[in-house]
Design a protein around this ligand. Structure first.
Ligand SMILES: [Zn+2]
Ligand SMILES: [Zn+2]
Length: 228
């Protein structure tokens, strides 16, 4: 037993049972997210974008593991302030990556605006994404996408405003020399997975995808732990 476990005993974030932050009983109560096309949000096999929904810069598919509910929701919220690393590890262990068929993929977390990253200490999409990439055998890259501005919190806006608000918040990081350009070209040839903790409207991941596809990415999927 780890000394931290003695000092700060773990209790399930939902039912308070001792042992883990996410107990098996509470996890079993959280439904899996439905697999939907990221463009029309209707059912799609494995979450791939329907052939009739595809456009030049659209996502090729989207995978969310759970509904944003119960102990999964509590764990995501708890990441913001307590024992983030152990909770993140437990959360990633709940994600069944074996069913996903990505082989040579690169996970790119949704970047956080620099000011916010400093204030809160870390970007939780990056913390979770790094552990997930390791578990799944994917590469992890934080140097493809840059966040330019901090937009008004999404929840306060209507759907139309939300889409408008998100335009231009990301940029593809430009290579500084020939060597970086070649390296980036190789990365953009692989399957890229844009990762966020929660998928709400899909606007953020879709915008990040648009930027990477404009920069030359061939295949881009979205992924989130949960979907609201
Ligand atoms: Zn529990
Ligand atoms: Zn569709």
């Amino acid at each position: 037993m780890n000394i931290l476990d003695i000092l700060f005993p773990k209790n399930c974030l939902e039912c308070k049972r001792p042992g883990k932050y996410i107990c098996g009983t509470c996890l079993g109560k959280v439904e899996h997210a439905k697999l939907v096309c990221p463009v029309c949000k209707k059912y799609s096999f494995i979450g791939a974008t329907h052939s009739f929904c595809v456009n030049k810069f659209s996502l090729d598919g989207m995978h969310s593991f759970y509904k944003y509910d119960g102990v999964i929701r509590k764990a995501i919220l708890a990441l913001k302030y307590r024992f983030a690393h152990s909770i993140a590890e437990e959360l990633v262990n709940c994600l069944d990556v074996k069913k996903l068929a990505f082989k040579e993929a690169i996970l790119v977390p949704i970047p956080l605006h620099k000011h916010r990253e400093n204030w809160r200490g870390f970007n939780q999409a990056a913390v979770l994404g790094k552990i997930l990439a390791e578990k799944a055998g994917w590469r992890f890259n934080e140097n493809l996408l840059l966040r330019l501005t901090d937009s008004t919190p999404q929840v306060k806006l209507g759907r139309e405003e939300r889409l408008r608000n998100i335009r231009g918040i990301f940029a593809a990081i430009k290579p500084r020399d020939e060597q970086e350009r070649v390296l980036r070209g190789k990365l953009l040839d692989k399957t890229i997975i844009i990762f966020d903790d929660v998928w709400t409207t899909g606007a953020t991941i879709a915008e990040a995808c648009r930027v990477l596809k404009k920069a030359g990415a061939k295949e881009v999927w979205g992924m989130s732990v949960a979907r609201t």
